[in-house]
Design a protein around this ligand. Structure first.
Ligand SMILES: *Cc1c(COP(=O)(O)O)cnc(C)c1O
Length: 454
């Protein structure tokens, strides 16, 4: 075996060993950042080391600082595990080392990404002709879609942004819901849209944008307009009412963007599709594959109805670049990049249409089971309507809720993360992992019961 094979062999052994420990290890890391800095830090040695022994050293040191995200009882943030086919495909992506911006240079990986995009558009009921840009995640998907939107609404107003810049451009009215994800604000910041220039529309008790409030906000608005809606509020999992909101926005000539980082996938399930009804009428959609589809980081998708709008925003003029129709680098801000869409192809191929629907349905039924179990614990109150994958709950006081959040991480059975909702401290279980079993849920509920009821 040469160095590469021996290093890969070591990685394979250590990976399999880590995955085998997931069921029994504490979910939250046992070591701090300082501990891990001490393990891996110090001055860089003058002399290097054998590749396989570097991998051995890495694996030996890493363990106490690893969080059991790929296991069945990590419920923090909105984070999925990794499906087997997607994980293995990700290894091949690194071995193949294809710089996947150009369809001429890397036809294999560009084709797999293109097919993954087509499959996904079909599963989600989105227009088959839309462009799909593979980016690092939901944040960059929102940024990419909104950069495309800004360019398009200004072009429709007769302003060539690439030529004339933003300084003297007609103002863009930028409308968001009160419970938008923070990545929308960050995307706006990167795009030169300030906080005081953002129109914030009221939402209801689950975080859905109110149609009457949008109508009032848009009264008298004309000119370049972007309206951001949401499929899956990060705390409650609630979906905006697209059938009511999109026609309202359209009446004012808006570009409508949907942030559906995890929620867009509801459209792949027969029983949950009703949540997304009408969203296919939007102009752009941001989603993640590394959340609900359970592929490795980093994999998000920026979807734009008209590929001409993507090209107008992103095609670059470098005369040494090879063009052939629509290249990956035409639809996102990146040039060189890994073939991050290939694991999505493998995940979709391995699940099939029925398997994707079953995965989404199970994440939802896991949430229902978790909510019912937690509600049976004395003192726990479920705060949200469990329509999708999120379960938010609290105890009688903020201090007790926060203490319970710390206690469950220390106890080790499961990981949940905290949030603030309508002025109250809360805890959240995001049911986003294919690996979660009924037993994982029951063990988690039992751990909470013991901590709360003693
Ligand atoms: C997670 C999330 C994002 C950001 O996605 P990343 O993949 O973390 O960049 C954006 N919007 C919503 C609703 C999310 O849940």
């Amino acid at each position: 075996m040469d160095d590469r094979e021996r290093a890969l062999d070591a990685a394979h052994r250590h990976a399999a060993e880590f995955l085998r420990t997931l069921d029994d290890r504490p979910v939250w890391p046992r070591a701090s950042l300082d501990d891990m800095m001490a393990t891996f830090g110090g001055d860089l040695a003058d002399e290097g080391a054998d590749p396989a022994s570097v991998i051995d050293e890495m694996a030996r040191g890493a363990d106490p600082g690893l969080v059991a995200i790929p296991g069945g009882r990590f419920f923090g943030f909105v984070i999925g595990a990794t499906q087997p086919a997607a994980l293995a495909a990700d290894w091949l992506v690194s071995a193949w080392d294809q710089n996947s911006g150009s369809s001429t240079l890397t036809p294999t990986t560009v084709a797999m990404e293109r097919v993954a995009g087509q499959w996904m558009l079909d599963l989600l009921g989105l227009p088959a002709s839309a462009s799909v840009g593979f980016v690092t995640g939901g944040q960059l998907a929102n940024f990419t879609c909104l950069a495309t939107a800004r360019n398009a609404v200004l072009r429709r107003a007769g302003w060539d942004l690439a030529e004339r810049g933003l300084r003297n451009a007609p103002p863009v009215t930028f409308v968001v819901g009160a419970d938008r994800h923070g990545s929308i604000d960050r995307a706006a910041r990167f795009l030169g849209i300030g906080r005081s220039e953002t129109t914030i529309v009221d939402s209801d008790e689950q975080g859905r944008m109110r149609a009457d409030a949008l109508e009032a906000a848009l009264a008298g608005v004309d000119g370049p307009l972007i309206v951001c809606l949401q499929a899956g509020e990060v705390h409650t999992g609630a979906f905006d009412d697209f059938r009511a909101l999109i026609p309202l926005a359209r009446r004012h000539g808006a570009w409508v963007h949907v942030d559906g980082a995890f929620g867009l996938w509801a459209a792949a399930s027969d029983s949950l599709r009703r949540l997304t009804r009408g969203m296919e009428e939007a102009d752009s959609w941001a989603t993640d594959a590394h959340k609900t589809l359970n592929v490795p980081y980093d994999c998000g998708m920026a979807i734009v109805r008209d590929p001409a709008d993507s090209i107008a925003a992103f095609r670059t003029g470098g005369d040494y670049l090879i063009y052939s129709g629509l290249d990956p680098w035409d639809v996102t801000p990146e040039l060189s990049r890994r073939a991050r869409g290939v694991p999505a192809w493998a995940a979709l191929r391995s699940l099939g249409r029925v398997g994707v629907a079953r995965l989404i349905d199970r994440l939802h039924s896991n949430a229902v089971r978790m909510a019912a179990g937690l509600a049976s614990v004395d003192g726990i109150e479920i705060i949200n309507d469990v329509d999708y994958t999120q379960v938010m709950f609290c105890l009688a006081s903020d201090a007790a809720t926060r203490a319970l959040g710390d206690a469950i991480l220390a106890e080790g059975t499961a990981a949940v993360t905290g949030a603030e909702w309508r002025g109250r401290a809360t805890l959240r279980c995001s049911m986003s992992s294919w690996a979660t079993t009924d037993d994982d849920i029951d063990r988690t509920i039992a751990a909470f019961r013991k901590l709360v009821e003693g």
